[in-house]
Write a protein that binds this ligand. Structure first.
Ligand code: URA
Length: 204
């Protein structure tokens, strides 16, 4: 599959920062008003050495209550899609663009993304995955610096310096648009194929 290069994104692995350090800096964050309305801050979970990092939009109701990403209905769909890629939750790392739930699951606001995204950037630097899978438009637009629509972005592999980026539809979207599930399934199979074609380097 053709890989599209994003100009201006060549970067080397920076100084190692641990996820614990990032979490400690985030603390009991109240940088934006979502700090007042959240139940739990949802930092992210998974393998700190994952080859594949998934980035969602923001915690929903169940995530806000449990403090973990993708534990509700969208998470169940994600689990079935991971199987198609030959992945298990323990292989991957999952985080969101926003660490706190927007009331009534409204869209994240630009100022919230601006305040919260340094933590996501540090999580990416810490994990230094081979592939970043963007679940939905907020993650895709943040990572790829584009405003393009998801139907044109989804299923294509992009190269941003070290990282390969695969934008896919949000797993929750197929719960409302059943006909979109086929695109998700196709893209997760393509992810599995990409991983098989690019075996992990020795010692990585
Ligand atoms: N949707 C998201 O984008 N993230 C979650 O953690 C749950 C649902």
């Amino acid at each position: 599959m053709a890989v599209m290069r994003i100009p201006g994104h060549d970067h080397q692995r920076p100084r190692e920062v641990t996820l614990e350090e990032v979490r400690a800096v985030l603390g009991d964050c109240h940088l934006c008003p979502l700090g007042e309305t959240r139940t739990k801050l949802v930092f992210g979970v998974g393998n700190p050495h994952a080859r594949v990092m998934f980035i969602g939009e923001a915690p929903g109701k169940n995530e806000d209550l449990q403090g973990e990403p993708f534990v509700g209905a969208a998470g169940h769909n994600l689990d079935s899609l991971l199987e198609l890629a030959g992945l298990r939750r323990e292989d991957i790392y999952i985080a969101n663009v926003l660490k706190c739930r927007p009331p009534n699951n409204r869209d994240p606001r630009p100022e919230e993304i601006q305040l919260c995204s340094p933590y996501l950037r540090e999580q990416i630097r810490s994990i230094w995955p081979d592939v970043i899978v963007c679940l939905g438009r907020f993650a895709a637009h943040f990572v790829l610096h584009t405003e393009a629509g998801m139907m044109s972005l989804r299923g294509n592999f992009y190269q941003t310096g070290h990282f390969t980026v695969l934008p896919v539809l949000h797993p929750a979207s197929a719960l409302y648009h059943r006909e979109w599930q086929q695109y998700l399934e196709q893209d997760f199979r393509a992810l599995g194929q990409w991983l098989a074609d690019h075996p992990a380097q020795e010692g990585m």
